[in-house]
Design a protein around this ligand. Structure first.
Ligand code: PLP
Length: 493
């Protein structure tokens, strides 16, 4: 498979009634869940029918989105601004967000647990972020020179993540690209180790075995370097060697077969682009020791986990200090920003000019002002305590519904992030994840959406994000929708 997430065909045409609603700017359809008691796992035809019914409801609620999606085909490639916004049955066009909610262009309100693919830990319109941005806008939004906020942010990140020196970028992709360049530049070696099923952005070296189809993935004990994007020369793809999460032996094998050639390894320390897969005890520490024994470096890609699993990411939780950390997503309180942290040895290489780490918008004053506010006033200890209570409430509520219906599923959470895995057994690596039934994930996403909860699309891959502005009522809506869904697909005891 070439792209990790294949956009669905857009076949929905606005009906006359939808067009009328669209003109009024109103959605007059009432949402009704299709609750059918079917018992246990549904036969394929019934599951397909249930999905079709929910997709129909979905489209009926969103005539304005349908109009815009259609019109956008002419001037936005694929009708969207990023390919992962193309979702089945149609993209959802949003009008605004406020607090824990977002509103679509048809006037529907959603509890926002999509969080802009994990970037909205602050929720929407957080007063501290608003203030910081307003204050900076009137003082200038771009200089390409350092500002005092950049130093304050770097100091705080050093305190939280334990790495002493930092630089900034604008997206997770840029951050992981710099990390990979740095590992190669410092060691003078070309090979990179990456975990099968991890996503690290869309630059050449990491678009490998992100979500390979079983037929492309290769043997379990010797995964292929499968291209995950077109447009990348095979010569570059071949430099990225694929290991298995939670399997130290797979890394040992690669290091042994390529003595003195591996620059380093990049890994999400909790996998978060394949549901949520946690490291087994001792795995991350052993990985670091192993790589260092071979003169290779270790990067934790905490773009997604960073501030969402806790104040100092997985790094602080697990007490394992990598050579490099990458952050992005929630870091800027909704403003585009990324950071790369390094040990003294790593960042001395930058300071001495061994690697030119550059970018016109790096350390942009607007981004730095928002990030400083995010760290000082939003991602606080009190906020994490509140999120922890909501995490428990969501996990317990959904597990309760699962046990009442006998659905083959379980909940995995990590701080503000969580997901339902539609498999009975825990998943420990990408090969296990391949067995998760994504039809149930899609059906669940539709039920939540039609019930006023916006989870990230691509439900099997993604997670919910509880922001600092969510409350118990928001989580209860998630749990209630799940119970309706579970009853429809799992039956009652
Ligand atoms: C773990 C991880 N790293 C890097 C990236 C790339 O970040 P961006 O989309 O900001 O380029 C992502 C994006 O989803 C990610 O999940």
């Amino acid at each position: 498979m070439v792209t990790p997430r294949q956009p669905a065909e857009q076949t929905i045409q606005p009906t006359a009634k939808n067009a009328e609603n669209a003109e009024n700017g109103k959605n007059t359809e009432t949402v009704k869940h299709c609750v059918e008691r079917v018992g246990g796992a549904l036969p394929d035809t019934e599951l397909a029918q249930l999905i079709a019914t929910q997709e129909e409801i979905f489209v009926r609620r969103q005539p304005n989105s349908a109009h815009l999606a259609q019109a956008a085909q002419q001037h936005l490639a694929g009708g969207v601004t990023s390919s992962w916004q193309i979702t089945a049955p149609q993209p959802v066009w949003l009008s605004h967000g406020y607090g824990s909610k977002v509103y679509d262009v048809d006037g529907n309100e959603y509890v926002d647990l999509h969080g802009g693919y994990g970037a909205a830990l602050a929720g929407h319109g957080h007063p501290a972020i608003q203030e910081a941005i307003k204050a900076q806008v009137s003082k200038g939004t771009h200089f390409a020179q350092p500002t005092p906020n950049a130093l304050a942010v770097a100091r705080e990140l050093a305190k939280r993540f334990g790495l002493p020196r930092w630089r900034f970028a604008n997206s997770g992709t840029e951050a992981t690209m710099d990390a990979v360049h740095l590992m190669r530049s410092i060691t003078g070696r070309d090979l990179l180790i990456k975990i099968e099923g991890c996503y690290h952005g869309h630059h050449d070296s990491v678009q490998v075995s992100v979500m390979p189809d079983p037929e492309d993935a290769g043997p379990r004990d010797r995964p292929n370097s499968a291209p995950s994007s077109t447009g990348i020369p095979a010569a570059i793809t071949d430099l990225t060697l694929i290991a298995t999460f939670n399997d130290l032996g797979s890394v040992e094998r690669i290091l042994g077969e390529h003595q003195g050639q591996v620059a380093g390894m990049i890994i999400e320390p909790i996998m978060m682009n394949a549901g949520i897969i946690k490291p087994q005890p001792g795995y991350l520490a052993a990985l670091k020791d192993l790589l260092h024994r071979h003169g290779a470096l270790l990067t934790f890609d905490e773009v997604k986990t960073g501030l969402t699993v806790g104040p100092g990411g997985v790094t602080r939780q697990q007490g394992v200090q990598p050579d490099l950390i990458t952050l992005a997503k929630s870091l800027g309180g909704g403003v585009s920003v990324a950071a790369v942290g390094g040990t003294e040895a790593v960042m001395d290489h930058v300071a001495s000019g061994g690697y030119e780490m550059v970018g016109t918008f790096n350390g942009n004053p607007l981004a730095m002002a928002a990030t400083r506010a995010m760290l000082a006033e939003v991602a606080t200890d009190a906020a994490y305590e509140k999120i922890e209570k909501l995490r428990l409430r969501a996990a317990e509520g959904i597990e309760d519904a699962i046990s009442k219906t006998g659905l083959s599923a379980h909940v995995v959470t990590a701080g503000a992030k969580g997901c339902v895995v539609f498999a009975a057994e825990p998943v420990t690596s990408y090969r296990g994840f391949l067995g998760v039934d994504d039809r149930y994930s899609h059906a669940h996403w539709l039920y939540q959406h039609n019930g006023g909860v916006f989870l990230p699309p691509w439900g099997k891959i993604e997670q919910w994000l509880i922001s600092v502005q969510h409350d118990e009522a928001d989580v209860d809506r998630l749990v209630e929708n799940f119970a309706v869904f579970a009853q429809a697909v799992g039956g009652a005891p």
